[in-house]
Design a protein around this ligand. Structure first.
Ligand code: BG6
Length: 512
């Protein structure tokens, strides 16, 4: 074991991960997310002995299926998508407590059946079981599922006790402010906020959690973490993939809804929030909401704070790929954006005057997510060369994926008889220090929900605050159709409008 892992301070930080006996019910049991993420997460938790000894998995879906058929489906999902190879012994531990209930999402009698199914598990065990409902369905059936969980009494089970029922909700959490509010109202009509776990899988990523540790477990950052030392912040969430076969979904979504409102705004909040008073869920979420509220409304339209674009044909990995408008399931006149860049102003004591630039897009030059903190340039008088002062700004960058790590750009003397400087990069890579078998985001999130720890989940007011910022942009785009929509070649770093957002402040996007 590495020396760092034995350090007593790190032991002190680790939370008790014991979950009570639990039944996880997955709505949307035969769906893509269940196969790709949820079942492999459960398998890997079992592999690491992190599931409670009495753990039960119930698939629920419209498709009629026997218990055995669902087990086979789940086993295949582990074989195909788990980060570890399937170990038959480990799988058997999960499989023997796996079953399936077929039913519609708006069928009250089917929920009664589900309730009886779980009561039978509880009776067989002779003790209470926690019910964790994981809603992994299209958003059109979120409301009927939640209402039926209420009407059947499943939502209120063991209320007032730590193992009360819990509900995990996948994105999209609404498609604008109004729909997010309506969804929150539906949820609040049935569940108390502490029972609700809204997923943003970016919060389950190791490096995103490390951002909090870096900021608050190192004394060198906090004194510099403000407008006096930081010139700007750039957040990039770039994907190399196009929309692939998800065109139908993506046409209704677009980059602002799909990536910015949720994942990217979470990165902004964690980077810029004030130190929380504790690591408790509410303390952290209070600070995130305060920060999101301090972001000024965006100026929209020509020369505003927003750039949007669609990818055109180009090259990915050296191979020609079609543009967005030529993709399967996409309207040739589509006004759905595959790229968004924003210039955010945070109007609080810490950040006033420091622009936060964020961008996210599909079919960009490579898959990379990073947060780059650009410090102010040092006074150049000592090292001006030929009358020119060109010391690089120090940049601290958190590489979220791939090749997770942290790097710092420092100016250094080039060895030799003259005093000449060159920026160099000091790097730390997770894989080198800790090995590369990092748990997937969903493993952490499924376990946290079972344990009842909401720190890495989105609170209702947080989702609404983020929609409040994004909704005027969506409304404006709806009113202008394709007007102002730029294009960028697949495989590039995005459109000219995104460069213009920065050049107004004398800056350029960093090449991650
Ligand atoms: C999802 C989006 O939330 O995140 C997808 O719906 C996107 O469009 C994905 O591809 C990116 O996640 P990751 O973990 O691969 O960066």
């Amino acid at each position: 074991m590495a020396e760092t892992q034995r350090h007593p301070f790190l032991h002190g930080l680790s939370k008790h991960r014991g979950a009570p006996p639990t039944v996880v019910v997955i709505f949307g049991a035969s769906g893509d997310l269940t196969a790709r993420k949820l079942i492999p997460a459960i398998y890997n938790l079992s592999h690491d002995n992190l599931l409670p000894a009495d753990f039960f998995l119930v698939g629920y879906g419209r498709k009629p299926m026997s218990d055995d058929e669902f087990r086979t489906l789940a086993r295949e999902a582990v074989g195909e998508f788990s980060r570890r190879e399937l170990n038959p012994g480990v799988w058997e531990r999960v499989a023997r407590h796996t079953s399936y209930v077929a039913g519609g999402y708006d069928e009250a009698p089917a929920f009664e059946r589900l309730a009886r199914h779980i009561d039978a598990i509880e009776a067989g065990l002779g003790r209470d079981v926690q019910r964790l409902f994981y809603i992994s369905t299209p958003p059109s059936v979120f409301a009927p599922i939640i209402e039926n969980l209420g009407a059947s009494g499943l939502a209120a089970k063991h209320l007032g006790l730590p193992h009360h029922s819990k509900v995990v909700i996948e994105k999209p959490f609404g498609r604008d402010l109004d729909s997010a509010r309506r969804l929150n109202d539906t949820i609040r009509g049935v569940f108390q906020e502490e029972q609700v776990f809204r997923i943003d899988h970016y919060l389950g990523k190791e490096t995103v959690q490390d951002l909090l540790v870096q900021r608050f477990a190192n004394s060198i950052f906090e004194p510099l973490w403000n407008r006096n030392f930081i010139a700007s912040v750039q957040i990039t969430v770039a994907e190399e993939q196009g929309v692939g076969s998800r065109g139908g979904y993506y046409e209704q979504s677009g980059a602002l809804r799909d990536m910015i409102q949720n994942h990217t705004m979470q990165l902004v909040a964690l980077t810029a929030m004030e130190p929380p008073v504790s690591l408790e869920a509410e303390a952290i979420r209070d600070e995130k909401v305060k920060l999101l509220r301090a972001i000024q409304p965006l100026t929209i339209g020509p020369h505003g704070d927003v750039a949007r674009a669609q990818y055109g044909p180009g090259l990915t990995g050296g191979k020609p790929v079609p543009g967005y408008l030529e993709e399967e399931g996409i309207d040739a006149q589509s006004a759905t954006e595959t790229y968004v860049a924003l210039r955010l102003s945070i109007n609080n004591w810490r950040w006033q005057g420091v622009p936060f630039y964020v961008r996210s897009g599909k079919r960009l030059a490579r898959r990379v997510s990073e947060i780059a903190i650009n410090f102010r340039r040092p006074p150049g008088t000592l090292f001006a060369q030929g009358g020119r002062f060109d010391l690089a700004a120090n940049t601290l960058s958190f590489q979220i994926q791939p090749d997770e790590g942290l790097s710092l750009i420092l100016n250094t003397k080039i060895p030799g008889l003259e005093t000449r400087t060159q920026p160099v990069k000091m790097s730390f890579r997770y894989a080198t220090t800790f090995g590369s078998n990092t748990p997937e985001a969903y493993e952490r999130l499924v376990l946290d929900a079972m344990v009842g720890d909401g720190t890495l989940f989105i609170r209702g007011d947080e989702a609404e605050t983020s929609w409040k910022l994004c909704t005027p942009v969506l409304d404006y785009w709806r009113s202008v159709g394709r007007e102002g929509m730029e294009s960028y070649p697949a495989g590039s770093w995005g459109p000219a409008g995104a460069e213009a957002l920065l050049s107004a402040g004398g800056q350029v996007w960093r090449q991650p």
